[in-house]
Each structure stands twice: as C-alpha cells, then as structure tokens.
Write a protein that binds this ligand. Structure first.
Ligand code: NAI
Length: 329
C-alpha cells in the first residue's frame, strides 16, 4: 500500500522533527512538506535519508498548499504560532483559527478522503473549526478527523512511572480524556494498566502536572516556544498508529479528540458528557475511528469532579471554534 503523508507547518519547531520521524517510517512512500517558509531546505535535507519515502517541499507560491495536499492519505497539521510564557492555549486562537481554517479548505478540495491529525492549538477549538469547515465543503467524515492529545498521554505515562517507581513508562497505559488544555485534561489514574497505586498525598499534584506539564516546557524555553521535540514524538506515535490500522493491524487503541456524534460508540458518550467534541480512547481500524470506547463507567468520585470542570471549559472552547468557522470571513 502506497501512503502519501503530508506535514503542514513542516518547517516549524514541531514540523521538522515530526517530518524526520515520518521520513523514517517504512509505511510512507511519499512525504510532502508544506509551510509558508523553508520547506525546500527541510525537504532536501530529509531526502538524503535512505528510507523509502520520496520527500518534496512546497511553499504557498503556485498554489503550493493544494499541490502538497493533493490526494494525500494522511495530513498532520502543526502549523501556527506556539505559546510564550504567560499565554494560555486559548490566547493562540486569534491567529491559529484562521490558519487551520485555510488549510482545511484546501484539504477539502484536493484531499477530501485524507485522515487529518490536528496538532495546532487550541486543539479544543481548532478541531471543531476543522469539522465545521469540512461540513461546509460537504466532505466531513468524523472517522477521519483527529485532535492529537497524545502528548498528554505521553506525559502521564512518564509522570506516573516516576511516582510508581516503574523503570519503563511505555509499559503503562494511562487513559487521559477530555480536552487538550489545563483543566480540560482529565487523567484517569484509576484505569492505568497494569494497575498502579498513586499515594493519596501525591494525587492532586500529579493531576496538575499532567494538566499543566506544557507550562514547564514553556517556562524552561523562556520565550523560545513550547514543547516541540516531545510533541513531535507524540505526533509521530499517533500517526504511526493510524497508519498501522489503515494497513490492517487490529487492536490499536489510543485516545484522541474527536467529533463524538459522528463516530461509532460516540453518541452515548456525547449524551453522558453533554459535549460533542471530546477525547476518549479510540479503537482504530482500516477506515479511521472504528469505535469510541466509553471510559466513564467506572471512574472515581475525584475523577468525576475533574470531568465536571473539564466539560464546563470545553463547552466554551467548542462553541468558540464552531462560531468562528460558521462566521463568513
Ligand atoms: P513554530 O512557530 O515553531 O512552527 C509553526 C510553523 O507553522 C512555522 O514554521 C510557520 O511558518 C508555520 N505556519 C504558519 N502559518 C502557516 C500556514 N498558513 N500554513 C502552513 N504553515 C504555516 O511552532 P511549533 O512549536 O511547531 O507549534 C506549532 C503549533 O503546535 C502551535 O499552535 C502549538 O501551540 C501547537 N502545539 C500543540 C501541542 C499538542 O499537544 N497538540 C503540543 C505543542 C504545541
């Protein structure tokens, strides 16, 4: 199976290492890099790596976005500005909302069947923008649109392993649900596999660290941006799972922020939470989301409290995205 993958925002802090990781995948035969700057250089550099993917760089001139996206199977979007100290993800809305909308309009035209993975923040709002834009173009399939929340899971694995004294964080499965910013992020430590005991006196701090782990990186980078390398790893991990599922591998589950009413199993979760966009563990299959798995049945009282706060925050973020997408430019 020949796979054409695209990175939109490929010259950026996340885009470059993410493109590097995608170039190493033997599942990809064509890797197309789009950005408003520097993609010819990034593409020339990556093209010397001896893996199968043929790499091409595109810029906006000569309708470059459409040329880059044409007939793509998988498009990952880390385009847009990142946070600086003191900024929330919502502060990025003004600029990134328009960038995501523009990219999705081009995708709707030339790659309507692509699996779209959105990294650009605020994910809680940019995914609703993408959904509405695809709907307006008549090509929306919720099974193919994913908000990438994997970095929250990667962080949770790392921080839980530290506390539980596990040498190998990757052996842990830590479900993180809800959204992708601050208190909308809900780690479910009661459902970690294999089971771990989180000491009572460490629970609150651990929840906060997963919710606000991104701030540690923003502060340490001191004005030079937010997480890029860990995000590239997380983005690649999620993209690789989607590709493996498309390739026929079964039993692949990873949380992602999706449009619940449009995916199998999602309607019930949307009713229970009262929101249409939400991150839950997703069973991936040949056609994208095979099933949204409901993680809410056995959650603890503490987790219910976290969930309540998350849903309140999400409602505002979602309607802001939907309103933006529906308002004519
Ligand atoms: P960056 O500024 O280093 O790179 C962004 C790239 O996007 C730049 O190369 C820029 O030229 C490009 N760009 C801007 N407008 C564009 C357009 N219209 N079309 C194509 N490319 C365009 O930023 P960085 O650090 O790579 O972050 C990118 C985004 O990812 C930010 O919104 C950030 O908040 C988000 N992010 C998301 C995470 C998640 O967990 N989902 C984690 C970390 C960051």
């Amino acid at each position: 199976m020949g796979i054409k993958a695209v990175v939109a925002g490929a010259a950026g802090g996340i885009g470059q290492p993410l493109s590097l990781l995608l170039k190493t995948s033997t599942l990809i035969t064509e890797l197309s890099l789009y950005d408003v700057v520097n993609t010819p250089g990034v593409a020339a550099d990556l093209s010397h790596i001896s893996s199968p993917a043929k790499v091409t760089g595109y810029l906006p001139k000569d309708d470059g976005a459409k040329a880059a996206f044409k007939n793509a199977d998988l498009i990952v979007i880390p385009a847009g500005i990142p946070r600086k100290p003191g900024m929330t993800r919502d502060d990025l809305f003004k600029i990134n909302a328009g960038i995501v909308k523009g990219l999705i309009e081009a995708i709707a035209e030339v790659a309507p069947k692509a699996y779209i993975l959105i990294i650009s923040n605020p994910v809680n709002s940019t995914v609703p923008i993408a959904a509405e834009t695809l709907k307006a173009a008549g090509v929306f399939d919720a099974k193919r649109l994913f908000g990438v929340t994997t970095l929250d899971i990667v962080r949770a694995e790392t921080f839980v392993a530290e506390i539980a004294g596990k040498a190998s964080p990757q052996e842990l499965t830590v479900p993180v649900i809800g959204g992708h910013s601050g208190e909308t992020i809900v780690p479910l430590f009661s459902q970690v596999e294999p089971k771990v005991e989180i000491p009572e006196d460490k629970y609150d701090a651990l929840v906060k660290r997963v919710q606000f782990g991104g701030d540690e990186v923003v502060a340490a980078k001191d004005g030079a941006g937010s997480a890029t390398l860990s995000m590239a790893y997380a983005g690649y991990r999620f993209a690789e799972k989607v590709l493996k599922a498309l390739n026929g591998e079964t039993g692949i589950i990873e949380p992602s922020y999706v449009y619940l009413p449009g995916v199998p199993g999602g309607e019930e979760i949307a009713k229970e939470t009262g929101v249409d966009f939400f991150s839950v563990p997703i069973q991936l299959g040949k056609y994208g989301v095979e099933k949204a798995l409901n993680p809410l049945a056995n959650i603890t009282d503490k987790e219910k409290e976290l969930l309540k706060v998350a849903i309140e925050g999400l409602k505002g973020n979602i309607s802001k995205g939907v309103t933006f997408a529906q308002t004519p430019a």
